[in-house]
Design a protein around this ligand. Structure first.
Ligand code: ZN
Ligand code: ZN
Ligand code: ZN
Length: 371
């Protein structure tokens, strides 16, 4: 993974401090996680020993870490080490008391969303009298807006996933088990410049009605619909794309269902522009599917944000009235699932630009006829 220059992380730390200021927070406490990686440019090992970044509203960033982790941190921080104060603790010290001392007198402190419960409870005890809140809103407000460099990485990851998708749907799939096809897709993703191939859903026949089906022993055969949902990371950023295939000639009933889905997915992508509430993109797809009589069979939200993580803000769901912003990147992935029979889904990663939605996945969204 190519690191961004220290200037990018300097700017992100300053922006996090500004968010803390705006939100009336006396500190943000960030343990190893995607947020930590986003701010500092490296991921400290998530150990039972406490490593905790303290971002203050007036600037001044402190990293509390075990003494033995200091050489690694200095090496990874590089030029950024100049502006992050390192406070190390010895094996016999209480690191929670160290953090407590550093944020003494704080009224409101925000904790990173994925912090371990043990750390939350011990920090809570050390910060007796301080109100603890979620750091998610402050940090997600930054992370959701992708810089042009981040969009470029998402674009590269999407193109690589498209390449793997084209390769697998050019192969014969009948006679092979879902699990075998799935492990082959992971290899195709790695061949296509992915650093990690995190999943490859191969859901065939009736299994295609389960959106997150775990590929198993079922052998693919003629008359199967196959939902292929694949992704991983390339240069630190996530890919996530879904295409649907059919073994042999699809019955008219399935072709009709698929045509509705394709129309709904395209309409949702076209609804994307800055200022549009996230829920409106969901509604766009849902209305078309409901009008065709499949409303109850579209059982999940339309999409999720994507970046360092596969699922992050913003979520395209009825409960999210937050307006989309330029730089948001998210999936648009409606699906229709008929229990016991078949299912279909189409998923692209879309970036919200000033001019509207830009789909990063370019591979054909037509139903793929396979052998
Ligand atoms: Zn999913
Ligand atoms: Zn997916
Ligand atoms: Zn997805």
């Amino acid at each position: 993974v190519t690191a961004f220059p220290a200037s990018v992380h300097r700017q992100r730390l300053a922006a996090a401090a500004a968010e803390a200021r705006t939100r009336g927070l006396d500190a943000l406490l960030v343990t190893p996680s995607p947020d930590y990686l986003y701010l500092l440019g490296y991921n400290a090992p998530p150990l039972e020993r406490l490593t905790c970044l303290i971002v203050r509203p007036k600037g001044g960033t402190t990293l509390v870490l075990p003494h033995l982790e200091e050489p690694l941190a200095r090496h990874e921080l590089g030029a950024l080490a100049d502006e992050v104060e390192l406070v190390t603790w010895e094996e016999t010290e209480d690191p929670f008391a160290v953090v407590g001392q550093l944020v003494r007198g704080a009224g409101r402190v925000a904790l990173q969303d994925q912090m371990w419960a043990r750390f939350v409870l011990r920090l809570g005890a050390a910060l007796d009298g301080t109100q603890l809140v979620e750091a998610g809103p402050a940090i997600n407000a930054l992370r959701r807006t992708k810089s042009p460099e981040e969009v470029e990485r998402l674009r590269t990851a999407a193109a690589a996933a498209d390449q793997a998708m084209e390769a697998i749907t050019a192969e014969q799939l009948s006679g092979r088990s879902e699990a075998e096809v799935s492990s082959h897709i992971r290899q195709l993703l790695r061949d296509a410049r992915h650093d990690t191939a995190d999943w490859a859903i191969v859901a065939s026949g009736p299994n295609a009605a389960s959106p997150h089906h775990a590929p198993g022993d079922r052998v693919i055969h003629a008359g199967d619909a196959i939902v292929l949902d694949i992704g991983g990371t390339a240069n630190g950023y996530a890919s996530d794309t879904t295409r649907t295939a059919f073994v042999g000639l699809p019955p008219e009933e399935f072709q009709d269902l698929y045509a509705v889905l394709q129309e709904a997915q395209a309409a949702a992508c076209e609804a994307v522009r800055p200022g549009v509430p996230a829920r409106d993109v969901d509604r766009e797809a849902r209305e078309i599917i409901a009008d065709a009589g499949y409303g109850a069979l579209f059982t999940h939200r339309t999409g999720h944000g994507i970046g360092l993580e596969t699922h992050e803000e913003p979520y395209l769901v009825e409960s999210n009235s937050d307006p989309l912003r330029e730089g948001d990147a998210f999936s648009v992935e409606p699906g229709i699932y008929v229990e016991g029979r078949w299912g279909a889904r189409i998923e692209d990663i879309v970036v919200c630009t000033a001019g509207g939605g830009e789909r990063l996945n370019q591979s054909s969204r037509d139903l793929r006829i396979v052998t």
